[in-house]
Write a protein that binds this ligand. Structure first.
Ligand code: ZN
Length: 140
């Protein structure tokens, strides 16, 4: 396990914009505020969602698209730098009217309403391609 100590520097609460993309709004906010590392969680609802599941054998993401209203219960994620830009690695559990859930790695989702808490750190977390998993992992 690789690790480094970080200090929390700033905290934010935010309301996501109706009709915008859940992840892209977090990335734009991070870029605007100069945030290079953070953890966040959020809750709310989306109008659709595209999740992705990483196939560990083929080392590719398989897309799963949901064209339906879903509650975000919750979203958790972090912000780090990928290819020079903020990347919001985001996982979600999404619930349906009958209380069942789908979950996974969030690629995109259209926000119906969303509330976010984010804590930023004093370091620049950078993602680099990991040869073992073929994923872009933190270079600690
Ligand atoms: Zn993921």
């Amino acid at each position: 396990m690789d690790y480094q100590e970080v200090d929390a520097t700033r905290e934010f609460v935010a309301r996501l914009e109706h009709g915008g993309d859940w992840r892209a709004q977090i990335e734009a906010f991070a870029a605007d505020e100069g945030i290079a590392s953070a953890f966040f969680f959020g809750l709310g609802a989306v109008q659709d969602a595209e999740l992705a599941f990483y196939d560990q054998d083929t080392k590719e993401y398989d897309s799963i698209v949901f064209e339906e209203p879903l509650e975000v219960v919750p979203a958790v994620g972090n912000v780090s730098t990928l290819d020079g830009e903020p990347f919001a690695h985001t996982h979600v559990a999404l619930s349906r009217p009958d209380g069942t859930t789908v979950a996974g790695h969030l690629d995109s989702a259209t926000v119906f309403a969303g509330e976010l808490y984010l804590r930023a750190f004093d370091t620049d977390l950078v993602r680099e391609r990991d040869p073992v998993t073929d994923l872009d992992l933190w270079n600690l």
